[in-house]
Design a protein around this ligand. Structure first.
Ligand code: ZN
Length: 465
């Protein structure tokens, strides 16, 4: 025992992680090379060097030597139900990808299949260190399936939100783009009733909340978007939508409504700090200014944007104006892996390619997006390792050939590490993934079940042929 511990009063906690390289991502961006984190209940009680925490005692002590200890990752935009479609949809940009592949898949999907996909998706997420997920669920979006997906997320140990996607009544723009009728299966009124019901079951403050999510600002009708925002305000939730993902989104909107989607929201007073906008690639200066002024958040999906050749977000301008920018995987099908490490690396590379400036974004920025900025965006009190914050923690095994020699930890976490290097995932002080096993969900069963349902779905629909 060190002399320091002799002079320190003994403090008790439930879980103590000791000896690891603790990357706090706190306000000082402190990194403790031999650090420790004490957890009491679902919150972090203390963070510091191993010596500073030498007086702490715990029921469970985790020896983290040779490992990195980080805040849990926030996936700011996912579609867990798309897990059964992994590997399909090759070589298309966003509109044909949706019209010819993802919407036919979504329309054909049964509730049971969506739940099987979501269960596989959460297993993958937990194993990669994701602790919060914003799951934009839209197929099928009946009440039972929506709530079942929320249950799958919570029962596996994750926190987050199911942003219930609403297509509503088919608009001019949707018809012009050739979007299939089957996607628009509910009236606007029915969409709103279903969403309100789902939020009633999982109100704000739930471990997995439900948020209203008009699917896309461009092709969902303005009346439904307005009602969704009003509902979010009335019930005190965030709201979610796809925003200007493809280059034709603002131009098509301009043609139909003589304004841009973000501008319409801003002019109507609908853009606010409850808004979480997925993608936000094709923004002009005024759009960026409006998003910043409103305090709205953005989910940046670099792997998906590259896969679908959608374009590159104006990250420096958004962050420079204080916009909370999360990273998102866009789900298991659009980029094919829910790996926050891959998204961090891709986010840096995309900025460097777009600007031809190697300093446009650094590894530290990427880690901020995936953790503290993601938490700010999603409205969860996590994303940093600091006393009082939720104990959402990831332990990464550094004892791997591709992570040695250890020279510059944050760079190596962003550029060299992978989701598969995650050793342990802790959500709210509870170990939900360790020793290669998810603790609360049977991952072998989830994989077998997903394969079974994917085989049947593909045989039934001819998708993938
Ligand atoms: Zn998406």
């Amino acid at each position: 025992m060190s002399d320091v511990s002799c002079t320190q009063p003994v403090e008790r906690c439930d879980l103590l992680l000791t000896g690891g390289a603790v990357v706090t991502v706190d306000d000082d961006r402190a990194v403790h090379e031999r650090g420790a984190v004490a957890v009491r209940g679902d919150r972090i009680a203390a963070v510091g060097t191993e010596r500073e925490l030498a007086g702490w005692r715990a029921d469970t002590v985790l020896d983290c030597r040779g490992k990195a200890v980080l805040p849990g990752f926030v996936d700011g935009h996912s579609h867990l139900f798309q897990a059964l479609a992994r590997g399909l949809g090759e070589g298309m940009s966003i509109v044909p990808w949706l019209c010819e592949f993802m919407w036919p898949y979504s329309i054909a999907l049964t509730g049971e299949e969506a739940v099987a996909g979501a269960r596989l998706g959460v297993v993958e997420a937990l194993r990669a260190g994701i602790t919060t997920v914003v799951d934009n669920h839209y197929a099928p979006s009946d009440l039972a399936t929506t709530l079942a997906v929320a249950d799958v997320i919570e029962h596996a140990g994750l926190r987050g939100a199911v942003a219930r996607g609403m297509a509503g009544e088919r608009t001019e723009i949707a018809a012009r783009r050739g979007q299939p009728d089957g996607l628009f299966r509910y009236s606007n009124a029915d969409e709103l009733v279903l969403t309100r019901d789902a939020i009633g079951h999982r109100p704000p403050g739930s471990k997995v909340e439900v948020w209203p999510a008009p699917l896309n600002l461009t092709y969902v009708g303005q009346r439904l978007v307005r009602s969704a925002v009003e509902m979010a305000r009335e019930l005190g939730t965030r709201w979610h939508t796809h925003c200007c993902e493809g280059a034709s989104d603002p131009s098509g909107y301009l043609e139909a409504y003589r304004t841009r989607p973000v501008q319409w929201l801003a002019d109507e007073g609908l853009l606010d700090h409850h808004a979480t906008l997925a993608h936000a690639v094709w923004l002009d200066d005024k759009d960026i200014e409006s998003i910043a002024e409103a305090g709205a958040g953005v989910a940046h999906n670099p792997t998906s944007n590259a896969y679908l050749a959608s374009g590159t977000i104006r990250l420096a301008e958004l962050r420079g104006r204080g916009v909370p920018v999360a990273l998102g995987t866009d789900g298991p099908s659009c980029g094919h892996r829910q790996d926050p490490f891959e998204c961090m690396k891709q986010s840096v590379f995309a900025q460097r390619l777009a600007t031809l400036d190697p300093t446009a974004m650094r590894a530290e920025d990427a880690l901020e997006l995936a953790t503290r900025e993601g938490a700010r965006y999603a409205g969860v009190d996590a994303g940093v390792l600091a006393p009082g914050r939720l104990a959402d923690i990831v332990v990464v095994d550094l004892d791997r050939p591709h992570l040695r020699p250890l020279n510059r930890l944050v760079s190596q976490l962003v550029y060299a590490a992978r989701g598969a290097d995650v050793d342990m995932t802790i959500v709210g002080g509870r170990i939900v993934y360790a020793d290669g096993r998810c603790r609360l969900v049977d991952q072998d069963e989830a994989m077998a079940d997903a394969q079974h349902h994917a085989d049947r779905l593909l045989a039934r629909t001819g998708l993938g042929r």
